[in-house]
Design a protein around this ligand. Structure first.
Ligand SMILES: C[S@@+](CC[C@H](N)C(=O)[O-])C[C@H]1O[C@@H](n2cnc3c(N)ncnc32)[C@H](O)[C@@H]1O
Length: 245
């Protein structure tokens, strides 16, 4: 089954492609955009849901998003039109690491896309290059809540524990001004939403050529989650400022 199609279906009921609920996203954006007229960049914006919520919350906000998925960006454009914020959103197809907009931003977001840059610290370095003096970064990435199995590291990548992650962030010159550790409920809701929605779609579309693949994929992903990383993986989202600009 086409990966883009599977992802689009799986996220139909959880448009934020990360384990955060709506209240957490709202609070993080509130800390990141205290004025409501910021210029915002999202590196790996997917369908643009973070940007769309920022634009809806702040009528003076302007936003740019970058992603390598043309389908996700088409979705973002359509959603922006449906939600009446299309005049204030520009999306750009391409690798986030190659994006060269020729201006800086008050807020740089990157949630669930650190793998594109090679991890948390390289993502922060990339975000910094786009950040205006006094700006804020919102970064979301995994950490190990407990020692992982080799299979979990192989599947998700190598993270640090929470305290070490924060030490590394501070050593790189960043100060957290807000942070959110996804709760067990948020982590579980996200996985159930993705794999449940994909399975539901498969059962509702038995004649679709992708139906059997979708059902099998939902089962594989659910099992990987439950058997390989549910007990050890966590997700952290930070609002950061440069300690010294
Ligand atoms: C887990 S999704 C997160 C999307 C969005 N940030 C959110 O939280 O809803 C990761 C996104 O990163 C994008 N991505 C992966 N590699 C990328 C790259 N090199 N440059 C830009 N986007 C990339 C994927 O296409 C996907 O949309």
């Amino acid at each position: 089954m086409n990966r883009e199609k599977a992802s689009q279906i799986a996220h139909a009921h959880h448009p934020i492609k990360a384990p955060l609920d709506d209240g957490s996203v709202r609070r993080l954006l509130g800390h990141a955009l205290p004025r409501g007229d910021e210029r915002v960049l999202d590196l790996g914006c997917g369908t643009g849901e973070w940007l769309l919520r920022a634009l809806e919350a702040g009528p003076g906000v302007r936003a740019d998003g970058v992603d390598i998925s043309a389908d996700a960006l088409d979705h973002a454009r359509r959603a922006a039109t449906d939600r009446g914020v299309q005049e204030r959103l520009d999306v750009h197809l391409g690798k986030a690491e190659d994006f060269a907009p020729g201006r800086t931003f008050d807020v740089v977001l990157s949630v669930g896309a650190a793998h594109a840059f090679g991890g948390l610290l390289p993502t922060l370095a990339a975000a910094r290059a786009h950040l205006a003096p006094g700006g804020r970064v919102v970064i979301g990435d995994g950490f190990w809540d407990r020692p992982p199995s080799p299979e979990a590291v192989e599947m998700l990548g190598d993270f640090a524990d929470l305290a070490t992650t924060m030490d590394l962030v501070a050593e790189a010159g960043w100060t957290p001004v807000h942070g959110h550790v996804s709760s067990r409920g948020e982590l579980d809701d996200y996985e159930w939403a993705c794999w449940g929605t994909l399975a539901d779609w498969a059962l509702d579309h038995p004649d679709d050529p992708d139906s059997a693949d979708a059902l099998a994929l939902a089962g594989i992903r659910r099992t990987e989650w439950l058997r390989t990383y549910r007990d050890t993986w966590g997700f952290l989202t930070l609002v950061l400022r440069r300690t010294v600009d």
